[in-house]
Design a binder for this molecule. Structure first.
Ligand code: MRU
Length: 362
């Protein structure tokens, strides 16, 4: 992804450190963080300096590398893995990446682990980019079909939260088809849900779409249903933090309400996910642990004042309590299709993506 015409990934190695784009500073400042310990990586994931399911998977893999650099015996690695897995519970990519790193590291001599860990983490990061590019191409077909049916206007796509390149190593998931369509010369316009309480849509999705020159409009979280009723949304594409075996989609809080409105208005609703986001062990979304975050994220908002200063302001009465569940589950019956790197699947056919994955692994 290009920022001011320079190519960036969201995470990369520089000598013995891991560099990240600090997403808590966007859209107002581009700040690069340099992490040297797995403790710093745990903090970066928990505080959402890095966020988005595929990116926290890659970040956790690099966290294992940083742990290895300090001490690489079995007991230490198990402890580092446990600390990383405790940072955020909902996105399955995190546990998937940590387990994969552990499996690969524990079978090689301790003295070789640190160097090997860099290569293993790099592979996870590179695979994410390749998967997202393929998601883009599969989703492009869905957008192109709308253009073919009505070529004289832009295709309006609504998205929730940030499932763009900032949520991945590069390329994005939900935004990958949009970038592919824009780059292919198709007219697209994106409705960007602000995504309270942390405003990933308003702060991150809007910023990265602007960097890429994709026409978009930020809307309040409550506007989507109204726009669908008035024929202004051709499709919804969201990302996911975990998709279960039956096609239930767990994503940022508020996604379920968008899916309900889309179902009522017969607007196609797609989730774009790389296969590491699919939890084949879980039969249904009801079993997913939903992260409860600090109530202050609801009670306060952050923004830039007219003097360019970042400010945090309280938006609820001091006497009121707040509750902050970070994700919800959209049942498979509301989902039109799941766009993976292996193709687009109806939720009830999702297991085909698993068999394709297994063929691929052999
Ligand atoms: O809490 P966040 O910002 O990590 O949540 C991110 C989302 O819900 C994304 O939609 C999801 O991770 C998909 S990322 C490609």
């Amino acid at each position: 992804m290009k920022i001011h015409n320079q190519h960036y990934r969201t995470i990369w190695r520089d000598a013995d450190t891991v560099c990240i784009i600090d997403q808590t500073q966007l859209p107002f400042a581009l700040v690069i963080g340099r992490l040297q310990t797995h403790i710093q990586m745990c903090h970066a994931i928990r505080s959402m300096q890095v966020r988005g399911a595929p990116l926290i998977g890659a970040a956790a893999a690099y966290g294992m590398v940083l742990g290895c650099q300090q001490q690489a015996d079995d007991q230490t690695l198990q402890s580092v893995a446990k600390q990383l897995m405790a940072t955020r519970p909902t996105a399955v990519n995190l546990a998937w990446a940590v387990q994969r790193m552990l499996q690969q590291l524990l079978v090689i001599p301790v003295a070789q682990r640190a160097q090997a860990a860099w290569a293993f983490a790099q592979t996870i990061a590179d695979e994410d980019v390749v998967q997202n590019m393929a998601i883009g191409q599969h989703g492009l077909g869905l957008i192109a079909a709308v253009v073919t049916a009505d070529p004289d206007r832009a295709v309006n796509i609504l998205t929730h939260c940030n499932a763009g390149w900032l949520a991945t190593v590069d390329g994005g998931t939900a935004l990958a088809p949009i970038y592919a369509a824009h780059d292919a010369g198709l007219q697209v316009h994106v409705w960007v849900d602000e995504t309270r309480p942390r405003n990933q849509g308003a702060s991150l999705t809007a910023w990265e779409l602007a960097q890429h020159g994709v026409p978009h409009t930020v809307i309040s979280d409550n506007a989507g249903g109204h726009l669908m009723q008035h024929g202004q949304v051709d499709m919804v594409i969201v990302g996911a933090d975990r998709v279960t075996h039956n096609g239930d989609v767990c994503n940022k809080i508020g996604t379920y309400l968008k899916a309900l409105a889309a179902y009522d208005q017969r607007v196609p609703f797609y989730a774009a996910v790389p296969t590491p986001t699919i939890d084949w062990q879980l039969a249904q979304g009801a079993a997913i642990e939903i992260e409860m975050r600090d109530a202050d994220e609801v009670a306060y908002m952050q923004g830039q004042d007219e003097d360019g200063q970042l400010r945090r302001v309280r938006v609820i009465p001091h006497e009121s309590q707040a509750l902050n569940p970070a994700f919800d589950v959209t049942p498979a019956r509301l989902v039109t299709g799941i766009i993976t790197e292996r193709g687009v699947y109806r939720p009830e056919q999702l297991q085909l993506a698993q068999s394709n994955a297994m063929e691929h692994a052999q």
